[in-house]
Design a protein around this ligand. Structure first.
Ligand code: SAM
Length: 341
């Protein structure tokens, strides 16, 4: 079992399988950020599987594959097939922008994937393109918002249940779409979660002026629909989300308020970047370079010692408030695209 120095048991690992992404969301990446091809810096298939086996032996129970955009990783279906069969794994899930999900959903499900979280910040094609910096892109079939909607439909069809849709709410950009998103989720039968912008990386810090707290998001829903929001237990793996349902409806609505109401005391997760760094906390710089250990011939026992040492270093809480005080230039924290969200 992996227990940190504050008594929290770490059971959940988020694994970024690539730094590359096919979108350039404004709160996540800078427009100047280069998209590098997968190269030797990224853990290869065997290194990744070995590390995940070791994490599971140490007590990790749930693994979420993320990115960059995980569906861009070559042979992701093969990785899912191998990882889903590792002893000790209780659940394998994926976070994706769903642009390529229509193509892969059935194969991923057959390979052992259980659930997907899909990021969708707007139902308006123009706003979608603005947020993801696709403005000016030709409305080619199979790209942009239509591709994401087709990906969501495919996930529902193949039973990657419950499909969760995550919307990052930005004041003045997409906050007017909150009610439309509630209705969309209700019609589709997906679990909707509203996420506060987090000041992570220069792009995230740059969103500070558009921050909208979860309580205001909930108040908007209450005001728009005129119905009370009652606490709900919609999700056995709620993690950091708090759920509510509108009186008279079944559909649950989640909010993830990393900034306005941090949930660090119940944090049960760590993150492995595509380059093999183990990150203890989303809101901190510290990390353990597991790739160097792997590539200099460390034994399983040595890797386990390093992972335990990393767990010991997990801080009590994130330092988002500190980063907001920083100017964008001094916000040296790695971008969310590298951390995997
Ligand atoms: N490409 C995949 C996707 O779009 O879901 C996986 C990676 S993405 C970095 C994971 C999640 O992080 C997405 O839901 C995204 O909206 C969220 N995210 C990225 N930067 C963020 C920020 N500054 N604040 C809040 N959420 C952020």
């Amino acid at each position: 079992m992996l227990t940190d120095s504050f008594g929290r048991t770490i059971r959940y690992l988020r694994v970024s399988v690539t730094d590359r992404c096919n979108l350039f969301c404004r709160y996540c990446r800078l427009s100047t950020e280069e998209i590098l091809p997968n190269n030797k810096e990224i853990l290869d298939f065997d290194e990744l599987v070995r590390l995940l086996r070791i994490f599971l032996e140490l007590g990790i129970e749930r693994i979420r594959l993320t990115g960059g955009e995980p569906l861009l990783r070559r042979n992701l279906v093969g990785l899912v097939r191998t990882v889903s069969r590792l002893p000790g794994l209780q659940e394998l899930t994926l976070t994706t922008n769903a642009l390529l999900l229509e193509r892969y959903a059935a194969a991923l499900q057959a390979a052992g994937l259980r659930r997907v979280n899909i990021s969708l910040d707007s139902l308006d094609p123009d706003i979608f393109d603005t947020i993801t910096r696709r403005e000016g892109a030709a409305p080619t079939p199979g790209t942009g918002l239509p591709a994401v909607l087709a990906g969501i439909a495919a996930a529902i069809r193949v039973g990657l249940h419950p499909v969760k849709v995550n919307m990052v709410v930005m004041r003045g950009i997409n906050d007017h779409e909150i009610p439309a998103m509630v209705l969309f989720a209700q019609q589709q039968g997906v679990l909707l979660r509203f996420i506060e912008t987090m000041p992570i990386g220069e792009a995230g810090v740059g969103m500070t002026d558009h921050f909208m707290p979860a309580e205001e998001i909930l108040a908007r829903i209450h005001h728009h629909f005129g119905s009370q929001l009652l606490p709900a237990t919609a999700d056995k793996d709620a993690g950091p989300a708090r759920y509510f349902s509108r009186a008279g409806t079944e559909a649950a609505i989640g909010v993830i308020s990393a900034r306005s109401q941090h949930f660090c005391s119940s944090c049960n997760r760590m993150r492995l970047t595509a380059k093999g760094n183990l990150v203890y906390c989303l809101g901190r710089q510290d990390r353990m370079d597991l790739k160097s250990l792997l590539r200099t011939g460390a034994s399983d026992a040595e890797l386990k010692t390093a992972i335990r040492a990393a767990v010991d270093l997990k801080p009590e809480r994130h330092a988002f408030a500190m980063q907001e005080g920083a100017t964008p230039h001094s916000a040296i924290h790695a971008a969310m695209s590298a951390l995997g969200g």
